[in-house]
Design a protein around this ligand. Structure first.
Ligand code: MN
Length: 469
């Protein structure tokens, strides 16, 4: 519901501005630096189910307010669905397409006015049913322009990404596939979760921004996998559960935080699909996964084996996760395959450690100009029906396709081979997946993050229980 200009900030904004500004808004604090008035808001958009309660409500930690923000640009939108449906957690809701309106003093001074308007919004919120045609066809319901939308299931029993036939692509909170955001994995079969940590990076940093960029590019993804027929959102309850609150100043502590977060996720019976982050994060994730499932098989796609013992005296960084996993007995070593390995090395026999553990190492040059479908048939035999984890380092793919990463190596896999690998995992007992090492700033095209988003969707499509239409 769009109110006619209750404030003087009415200049139009471009459709793309919203997600970009949201991405940058992590820098903004909760308190106005000038009058120290707190606010308690939830940023919402009027599309179904995509509201974000956890990141800004209740009050986020605060320090300074940015000194100067560009001029605010938008009119106010109120979403009566959130106002009516979530007043316990959210005392009000406001959508501004522009986080310039996050200019704290502006919000603080406007808050009384907003509350008044929200009460009005609650009173006049209409109920919009999903149409019968939509429920039977799976297509999007017709939604009258200018009215708020209720959280429709788009014909499924579960959460479904909104179709761009009814909700414009740039509309909505920037969650993975614009799925609803929840603050825990309870009740979910699978969850997208970000781990924005890159303190373990050895070369170019930046993977801490991977989750945000992957989410942004994922707005292009649609609900069905047209190639395989997979219908994950008609099969599983899926949501985005936000990010692990890592400490970029303290890598060991971050590992403990990640382990704890994933103990909760897998403990609730949910399969995590993780948006990295550098590859360090797979070590604490596998600690939590193995705690529940026992030593797991591993399908590991990467340019590097990530089995170094230490660097500069440190045993934890993004070159060591699988050595640490072996040390702690987290892997069923006869059921580990490493695909796409290549590049120069410090050791004349760089795969010796892996092979001594019983891993199968498939160097990239054995994959060149071949279909990997036969390889994956062998991998399925190797994995049998026991628990398997998929860890996909985007640098396994050639830097021509995925330049946005920290340690690129030439002559890697193609995106088509990456799809063959993941689709070849269908039928395996997959208990978790990650997609790591996307560092968006080295790829102005966004293609690396777009590929990462697609690979995560493909992982979702091969999870146990996903039906084929
Ligand atoms: Mn790696």
């Amino acid at each position: 519901m769009i109110y006619p200009s209750p404030c003087p900030f009415t200049a139009p904004i471009t459709p793309q501005a919203g997600s970009r500004i949201r991405s940058q808004s992590c820098l903004v604090s909760s308190m106005s630096g000038s009058d120290h008035t707190g606010f308690d808001l939830c940023w919402v958009t009027p599309d179904p189910g995509t509201h974000l309660r956890t990141s800004l409500s209740p009050k986020p930690p605060s320090n300074a307010c940015p000194a100067a923000l560009p001029p605010p640009l938008t009119s106010l939108h109120f979403d009566p669905w959130v106002a009516a449906g979530g007043p316990g957690a959210v005392s009000g809701a406001v959508h501004t397409g522009a986080a310039q309106a996050l200019c704290c003093s502006l919000l603080c001074s406007m808050w009384g006015r907003m509350r008044l308007l929200l009460r009005t919004a609650e009173l006049c919120a209409p109920k919009l049913p999903v149409t019968t045609a939509a429920a039977s066809s799976g297509s999007s319901p017709a939604v009258p322009m200018g009215l708020p939308w209720h959280p429709a299931r788009w014909g499924s029993r579960f959460h479904v990404p909104p179709s761009a036939e009814a909700v414009a692509r740039p509309v909505g909170i920037c969650s993975m596939m614009k799925l609803p955001v929840q603050d825990s994995a309870v009740g979910l079969d699978a969850a997208f979760v970000g781990v924005p940590l890159d303190t373990g990076t050895s070369n170019r940093p930046g993977a801490r921004f991977g989750p945000r960029q992957i989410r942004a590019e994922s707005s292009l993804l649609r609900r069905f996998n047209g190639s395989t027929g997979a219908a994950p959102f008609d099969s599983l309850r899926v949501a985005d559960i936000g990010d692990v609150n890592v400490n970029p100043y303290n890598l060991p502590q971050s590992c403990r935080l990640i382990r704890g977060a994933f103990q909760d996720i897998v403990g609730s019976g949910c399969v995590p699909l993780t948006l990295g982050g550098d590859h360090t994060i797979t070590y604490p994730i596998l600690q939590a996964v193995a705690e529940r499932h026992g030593p797991v098989g591993l399908v590991h796609v990467d340019a590097h084996t990530d089995t170094a013992d230490r660097a500069l005296g440190e045993k934890i960084y993004h070159g060591t996760p699988f050595r640490r996993c072996v040390d702690e007995g987290l892997l069923d070593c006869g059921r580990v395959v490493q695909i796409g390995i290549r590049g120069s090395s410090y050791d004349p026999n760089p795969y010796k450690y892996s092979r001594d553990q019983g891993f199968r190492v498939v160097p990239a040059d054995e994959c060149w100009m071949r279909s990997l479908v036969p390889l994956m048939a062998e991998v399925r035999q190797q994995m049998r029906d026991r628990p398997v984890y998929i860890s996909f380092d985007i640098d396994g793919v050639d830097p021509a396709y995925a330049p946005g990463t920290g340690t690129p190596e030439v002559a890697g896999l193609t995106p088509a081979q990456a799809l063959e690998i993941i689709r070849g995992c269908k039928g395996l007992n997959i208990v978790g997946c990650d997609l790591v090492e996307v560092a968006p700033m080295y790829d102005v095209s966004g293609n690396t993050a777009l590929l990462g988003a697609n690979l995560l969707f493909e992982m979702l499509c091969v999870l146990p229980g996903v039906k084929t239409m």
